[in-house]
Ligand binder design. Structure first.
Ligand code: F1P
Length: 301
């Protein structure tokens, strides 16, 4: 592995790519208007960004917004969607292309895409290209967070604090305890649940770590049995009453920072990178993973 991996370079550029995305997102564009019924689809990291966006949009009272893994999307006409948003860095992910193809001419689509020279563009009615956030590393960091920042800005959020907090997350030390921990459980509520899912995926992809993720209020319903000394429970956003005490009593380390939760995800990306390094792994080329899952035409979902 080279001293500076693509993953490291890419994750460090997030404050700049977020600022650029916020400019694009704040302008009027092809994204759905308030009140429209929206389905958001993606795979892997992009699915988790869809989860976060859906919770933010619907939570802001801007309309029904349902996130789906592209392979499990319910987009029948009885559901009455006015728009489908697809999120895909590569633009070649088979399950996403299948959704775009299936709804073509029936539901308007807009795709947030990293590489605009790809089939997803042809299949989409509209695209929002983020080539400045595309990545060389297989493990996604900045494309996902930049796409979500664009969507946050489109919902009317001021993302400048998130940018400042991302700079902070890039400068604080990565604690030794996080690099050496045996296991991580990531928790979130509302839009930060998608971030928890993404944090857990990042750690698995980059460093083959044992991670889990749950809605924060679900954690006491069984998963807390995993919490123990040498393990970490990391919460994004506001901690539910009493949860810190419940986790601390198990001997696990409870982590919850005040910074913008998307910026706190940047810190987890750094933890994943350091854990990969500590294990001699190449985070740019993780075991069994490719930049995009492209299935044979005959393969079923
Ligand atoms: C989606 C994705 C990635 C994952 C892996 C396979 O890619 O599932 O999130 O890390 O590399 O592809 P995309 O549709 O956003 O290009």
């Amino acid at each position: 592995m080279s001293e500076t991996s693509y993953m490291e370079q890419e994750l460090q550029s997030q404050p700049e790519t977020w600022q650029e995305a916020a400019r694009i997102g704040a302008a009027a564009g092809p994204l759905p208007r308030p009140g429209q019924r929206v389905a958001v689809v993606g795979c892997g990291t992009s699915w988790f960004m869809a989860q976060s966006y859906a919770a933010l949009r619907e939570g802001a009272g801007l309309g029904v917004t349902d996130p789906f893994a592209a392979s499990e999307a319910f987009l029948g006409s009885d559901r009455g969607y006015d728009a489908v948003i697809a999120i895909t860095r590569s633009g070649t992910t088979t399950e996403v292309l299948r959704v775009l193809d299936a709804v073509k001419g029936r539901i308007p689509t807009v795709t947030l895409i990293g590489d605009p020279e790809t089939p997803a563009v042809t299949l989409s009615d509209e695209t929002i290209a983020l080539p400045f956030a595309d990545e060389k590393s297989v493990v996604q960091t900045r494309f996902a967070t930049t796409a979500l920042t664009l969507l946050r800005a489109h919902l009317g959020q001021d993302t400048s604090q998130a940018v400042a907090d991302a700079r902070d997350a890039l400068s604080v030390p990565v604690e030794k305890e996080w690099v050496e921990a045996e296991q991580f459980s990531f928790l979130g509520t509302g839009w930060t649940y998608g971030l928890a899912n993404e944090a857990a995926l990042k750690m698995r992809e980059a460093s083959q770590s044992w991670t889990e993720s749950y809605p924060a209020m679900e954690y006491r319903h069984g998963p807390i049995a995993i919490a123990a000394p040498g393990r970490v429970t990391w919460l994004f956003g506001q901690a539910p009453d009493g949860l810190e005490g419940d986790v601390t009593r198990t001997g696990a380390r409870f982590v919850c920072h005040a910074r913008d939760p998307l910026a706190d995800l940047v810190l987890v990306q750094r933890v994943a990178l350091e854990r990969a390094r500590a294990r001699g792994l190449d985070p740019d080329n993780p075991r069994s993973l490719t930049r995009s899952v492209m299935l044979e035409p005959s393969a079923t979902s």
